[in-house]
Design a protein around this ligand. Structure first.
Ligand code: GUN
Length: 297
């Protein structure tokens, strides 16, 4: 069988740089026309290392694009009510256009309760049921940042999706499920026949071998191996897991795809790091600018 040894690398860093430059110009011209400076707030509870890194990159992204950011940090033992009170304050703060509560939250805080408390018009993460439901109906809404980043990558790299069979692995509310909906809609990118695999799917490898496009979003390092991938497939890796390693940091970042083995079989693939992760932050910035321009849908 012929092997494709040089896949197209779907480079999230380069694409993000381009999009953030475009966004800075749009923000500058919005403000020159009298628009207020877009303002993103983030609530971070506890001291999880990965969450701190993600939130710092969101704050940095705001600086890069001329937007304002405010970070509200709370210790891990903060009560659920204190977080709900902060959300209420941000919902009513007219200077804040959009805000996020970084997940995961400590066990004693109910993530669903927190998500439901966020004003859908400021829910730039797109996690509120109103935004999730609107996406399902094809109505304007905040699309959750990771699926939006993947759709943007497919669009900007002109990956043909129409009529393709896409296998999404993982059914999370914030990635797998919205991804399956977005790719099946009558849009470009979209128009895929989608199979959503999860922990009860009997033979995921066999399903994956039928895929033209694989979106791996299950959070298991190097789960997708070369034998699961059809020659010429497009592979999108959403995984970002810290795997213990004997280096200065004590860990390496691993994706859900065994990149070195899988890449030679692909027509296109996203690397980890430098693929989907950075696009997630870029999408959040795009949503924040959208929130600043349009107070409600
Ligand atoms: N935790 C992991 N991904 C995300 C995300 O996109 N938004 C928030 N708020 N928390 C996360």
């Amino acid at each position: 069988m012929e092997t494709n040894t040089s896949p197209l690398i779907l480079d999230g860093r380069t694409l993000s740089k381009t999009i953030r430059e475009e966004l800075s110009e749009q923000v500058a011209s919005w403000m020159a026309g009298g628009g207020k400076q877009p303002h993103l707030a983030a609530i971070l509870v506890g001291d999880d290392g990965a969450s701190q890194t993600y939130v710092s990159s969101k704050v940095k992204g705001c600086e890069q694009t001329g937007m304002k950011s405010s970070l509200f940090r709370f210790p891990a033992e903060t009560s659920e009510q204190e977080i709900l009170d902060k959300i209420d304050a941000l919902n009513n703060d007219h200077d804040i256009d959009g805000f996020i509560v970084q997940l995961p939250l400590p066990k004693h805080i109910d993530e669903l309760k927190v998500t439901l408390a966020i004003d859908p018009a400021k829910d730039v993460d797109g996690f509120h049921p109103e935004n999730a439901g609107r996406i399902q109906l094809g109505l304007p809404a905040f699309v959750s940042a990771t699926p939006m980043g993947i759709m943007t990558m497919l669009e900007r790299y002109q990956i043909e999706t129409s009529g393709k069979h896409c296998v999404v692995i993982g059914r999370s509310n914030i990635v797998g499920t919205p991804m399956s909906i977005l790719l099946s809609r009558n849009t470009n990118p979209g128009n895929c026949t989608v199979t959503l695999c999860h922990s009860r799917t009997p033979d995921i490898a066999a399903v994956c071998r039928e895929a033209d496009i694989i979106v791996a979003a299950l959070g298991k390092p190097r789960f997708v191996t070369a034998d699961m991938v059809k020659e010429g497939a497009v592979v999108v890796d959403v995984g970002i897991t810290r795997v213990p390693a004997d280096n200065d940091k004590g860990y390496v970042i691993a994706g859900d795809v065994d990149y070195d083995q899988v890449a030679p079989k692909c027509s296109a693939i996203t690397p980890v790091p430098g693929g989907v992760g950075v696009m997630t932050v870029t999408s959040l910035l795009m949503n924040t600018f959208q929130a600043a321009q349009r107070k409600s849908f």
